[in-house]
Ligand binder design. Structure first.
Ligand code: HEM
Length: 411
């Protein structure tokens, strides 16, 4: 950390490039954003592997971008700092502007609305208990593999009523969709390969959709889409794009909050003890984990016109990157932001779910899964030893954790 602190403060501020995925894999991004918030909160990086871009680092400036979708488009250049090659773009509502965004979001959002989630809670709980009771004792195992991936995959399989024995395909497709194709351990190594794998996903989902359309309506995502008057006629490509969005949106982010939560608690033993002493704190623990972990590192917009942001002149066509990792550590918006405090008075004040018209549609589902996990985990396994830090993903977009060795003591 000392070297990194040094690096972040010893180079000219113009030379800082926070798009380097290495910063997130090594978990050394923090001092760079501290410096940017202090010296150049809306910062122009002239040269990077993704071309020039603006970094928006303060909470209030990020909010300004989020709420002004007329000036900051998701459609012009997509939502990641890296422009995907045009021929491989899959259309879905996270990367389009109104009116299309609003129409499509309206179709999907009732499925993850609180009333429906209440119906799913019992299934989520029963499956969570099964996973937790199957964990080994006094033996090192990978928390990511045995718990985080298993639970989020089961959740997705439940949501789609996807064939149980094929459920790991959902995990694989989600990994493929967000992979940095330049990372050595990525599941695909080119945009073409990614597109081909996602095409296979579309094919399998299409088969299931057709089956559900012929059966009487049931309570799952595919059946609801197949029978809903507003969605029956959605063009196939768009329909598939939106399914992919739900798979990705709901998978990695929640998975990494499950790993990041345990890791962070293990680094803050006093907070962990506070939680054991008072499990009612799970209600504020969950949003605090989501803030602290910040599973989505950034979202990108493209300026549709010349405008001013934080005293800087943004030009039409510029890339504007909202760094949620930085906004969530902004002391002007969140008190004592670098500390992990499980009983914060306003724990939901964070940017991890974004804001404005694209604010995460699955936020309640994510919170529900995390709440159930901690409610069932604490009485069964109050002590979990984390044996090494998580191995992190090479990505500037998703704060991924690939493995984390843990052990549950016998008593
Ligand atoms: C802790 C877990 C999660 C985090 C941190 C997260 C984060 C985000 C963020 C940052 C955005 C973009 C917000 C913006 O641009 O302002 C987003 C959008 C979205 N998320 Fe999540 N998400 C999570 C869980 C989920 C789950 C469980 C689902 C689905 C079941 C989901 C589905 C979506 C969808 C469909 C969108 C697009 C919304 C739109 O464009 O209108 N997410 N999420």
């Amino acid at each position: 950390m000392t070297t990194q602190l040094h690096g972040a403060y010893s180079i000219p501020v113009e030379a800082i490039d926070v798009s380097d995925p290495q910063l997130y894999q090594d978990d050394t991004w923090y001092p760079y954003f501290e410096r940017l918030r202090r010296d150049a909160p809306v910062h122009w990086c002239r040269e990077s592997r993704y071309g020039p871009y603006w970094s928006v680092c303060k909470y209030k400036d990020i909010m300004q971008v989020e709420v002004n979708h007329q000036t900051y488009s998701s459609e012009l250049g997509g939502i990641q700092i890296e422009n995907p090659p045009d021929e491989f773009v899959v259309s879905n509502f996270i990367r389009v502007d109104p009116p299309k965004h609003d129409e499509q979001r309206k179709v999907v959002s009732p499925i993850v609305a609180p009333a429906n989630l209440a119906e799913m809670e019992a299934t989520i709980r029963e499956r969570t208990i099964r996973v937790l009771e199957g964990l080994p004792r006094n033996e090192t195992f990978d928390w990511v593999e045995r718990v985080s991936i298993e639970l989020t995959t089961m959740m997705l399989a439940t949501l789609f009523d996807f064939p149980w024995e094929e459920r790991r395909k959902l995990t694989y497709w989600s990994d493929v969709a967000i992979a940095n194709v330049n990372a050595p351990d990525a599941p695909v190594h080119s945009h073409a390969e990614r597109f081909e794998e996602l095409r296979k996903m579309a094919e399998r989902m299409g088969e299931l959709y057709d089956e559900r359309a012929k059966q009487p309506p049931k309570f799952d995502l595919l059946s609801m889409l197949a029978h809903g008057p507003a969605t029956q006629n959605m063009p196939l490509r768009e329909f598939m794009g939106n399914l992919a969005l739900l798979i990705v949106g709901g998978n990695d982010t929640t998975r990494n909050s499950m790993t990041g939560g345990l890791w962070t608690l293990s680094q803050h033993p006093h907070e962990y003890q506070k939680l054991r002493d008072n499990p009612a704190l799970i209600t504020s623990l969950v949003p605090e984990i989501i803030r602290y972990v910040t599973p989505v590192i950034h979202m990108r917009r493209t300026a549709t016109q010349d405008t001013e942001l934080g005293g800087q002149q943004v030009r039409a066509g510029d890339k504007v990157v909202m760094w949620y990792v930085s906004g969530n550590r902004d002391p002007d918006a969140i008190e004592d932001p670098d500390n992990f405090i499980i009983d914060r008075p306003r724990p939901r004040q964070h940017l991890s779910f974004g804001f404005g018209i694209h604010r995460c549609v699955g936020n309640r589902l994510a919170e529900l899964q995390l709440r159930v996990l901690w409610e069932e985990l604490l009485p069964r396994h109050p002590v979990i030893e984390v044996l090494a830090p998580p191995r992190r993903t090479y990505s500037n977009f998703i704060h991924g954790m690939r493995s984390m060795p843990v052990r549950i003591p016998l008593h």
